[in-house]
Design a binder for this molecule. Structure first.
Ligand SMILES: [Zn+2]
Length: 468
């Protein structure tokens, strides 16, 4: 009899677009056998057995968009608190954004980030390196060091913060074009926060002058056309240079339509949206002010509704949380000032999956869509499939086990993020469906809401196996 690290028995599990039944056996972090339900015990002695009867077993879900603030702002979050929140939220891995201080714009700074995350993260992680006009000579080296891609902000570095933003920005169209030329030569993928900065600045100025300073200031200044225009420019330049690109947190059906057309013309582009653009509209900004403030902003009802179509036609590849923690003091508005003063970001990694499972309960999504948009596609887009994003022989033993029937109320009291106290807009929402186990390479890191803090340092750096 062989010894197994873990057996998930009576599993109803997702694989390649469908659900099958069986006992899943994990040895040394890998799936070594999938046996007819109830039959594992004739072949294996298990250290731990989870009976998944009544639950659904998904491949380990990956949050494609988090800001864990380390190095630089560990008062907001760090790799330990952030990864505990990831495990609590049902995520076995995450992709961390490079706008930390200092940003990973070369291999030395990248290695500093990797070491910190390896020491502290309880789940696996991938890293987007910083890419800008100023560090284009480093792209190939960063790819060789194992990043899954790059991220760029389309704006000049804020005045006084030039060091903090070094290698993260393309200030104008000229810098962007030259950066993409270098990017094409490196064969990496370059992700963009697509909003036209000049237009936003001009609209902000106009709204100040005309005294339109209530909470709508945020979505009026970050107008829809600022995203659409920026997406169009990046797509045009990608077509001209041959650079592989991606968009993070796309919010609008018009942007999706442009991406779809460009794909048809041969542009290699990956698209992410975030759950809040699918579930919430800008009335939440009117209501919750800074606590619903994120960039791009929540859009109007028609845009929110229109985005759903592109989840199902394949234009949107993956969904992330854009978990963006701040301290209570940072988020609070000075009553003499307005919403523009508060930083943009919502720390949502612990609420995303329950809210999306609630959409499954309501019949808008299928569980297979959750597996595809939060795991399978995400692993494929980063050269990690079928090691990740897949329940099959030889894949890593990563699972998110969900209970689709249980009802609960979202409460920030239960959260692991350091930023729980700015998690105001979701408080008290009722959902049907929640993650009950998060399992990383055979190790249970979350069991019915309890995170195993002894798993600190269990997380591995995920390097792409093929460059995508
Ligand atoms: Zn972000």
């Amino acid at each position: 009899m062989e010894c197994a690290q873990l057996v998930i028995k009576n599993a109803n599990y997702y694989t390649a677009g469908t659900f099958l039944q069986g006992d899943i056996v994990i040895v040394d972090g890998k799936i070594v056998a999938i046996i007819a339900s109830g039959r594992y015990s004739g072949n294996f002695i298990a250290e731990r057995v989870i009976d998944a009867s009544g639950y659904t077993v998904l491949p380990g879900l990956i949050d494609s968009h988090v800001h864990f603030r380390e190095p630089g702002h560990t008062e907001r979050e760090d790799f330990f608190s952030g990864s505990c929140a990831a495990a609590a939220g049902g995520f076995t891995a995450y992709r961390v954004m490079p706008n930390v201080n200092p940003p990973p714009f070369d291999t030395a700074h990248l290695n500093d980030c990797v070491i910190l995350a390896e020491q502290k993260s309880i789940v696996d992680f991938m890293i987007l390196a910083a890419a800008g006009f100023d560090n284009k000579q480093n792209f190939s080296q960063l790819l060789n060091a194992g990043v899954v891609g790059f991220k760029t902000f389309l704006q000049p570095p804020p005045v006084g913060k030039e060091q903090e933003f070094f290698g993260l920005t393309a200030a104008d169209d000229g810098e962007l074009f030259l950066m993409l030329q270098a990017g094409a030569a490196s064969n990496g993928r370059f992700y963009f926060h697509a909003e036209n900065h000049q237009l936003i600045k001009a609209l902000e100025k106009y709204l100040h002058v005309t005294g339109q300073e209530d909470n709508s200031f945020h979505y009026q200044s970050h107008a829809a056309v600022a995203e659409i225009e920026s997406v169009a420019t990046v797509l045009n330049f990608a077509k001209a240079t041959g650079c592989k690109i991606g968009f993070v947190h796309i919010t609008l059906p018009e942007s999706c339509e442009l991406i779809k057309q460009a794909r048809g013309q041969g542009v290699d582009v990956v698209t992410e949206t975030c759950f809040h653009y699918l579930l919430f509209d800008n009335s939440y900004i009117d209501r919750f002010g800074p606590y619903a403030k994120c960039n791009p902003p929540l859009r109007d009802q028609a845009a929110r509704e229109g985005l759903w179509h592109y989840l199902f036609d394949g234009t949107i590849d993956m969904i992330g949380s854009d978990h963006a923690p701040f301290t209570v003091t940072e988020k609070a508005i000075d009553p003499k000032q307005g919403i523009w003063q508060a930083p943009s970001g919502i720390p949502a990694i612990e609420v995303m999956l329950p809210l999306m499972l609630d959409q499954v309960a309501q019949g808008r999504l299928k569980l297979a869509d959750i597996a595809r948009l939060f795991s399978e596609n995400t692993a494929k887009a980063h050269g990690l499939y079928p090691r990740k994003g897949c329940i099959d022989l030889g894949s890593d033993g990563d699972f998110t086990i969900v209970d689709t029937g249980s009802r609960q109320k979202i409460s920030r009291e239960k959260m692991y993020t350091k930023a729980r106290d700015i998690n105001i807009m979701f408080e008290g929402m009722e959902t049907t469906g929640m993650p009950v186990y998060t399992i990383v390479r055979g190790r249970v890191v979350m069991d019915h809401g309890q995170v195993d803090k002894n798993a600190r340092g269990w997380g591995n750096h995920l390097r792409p196996e093929i460059i995508c």
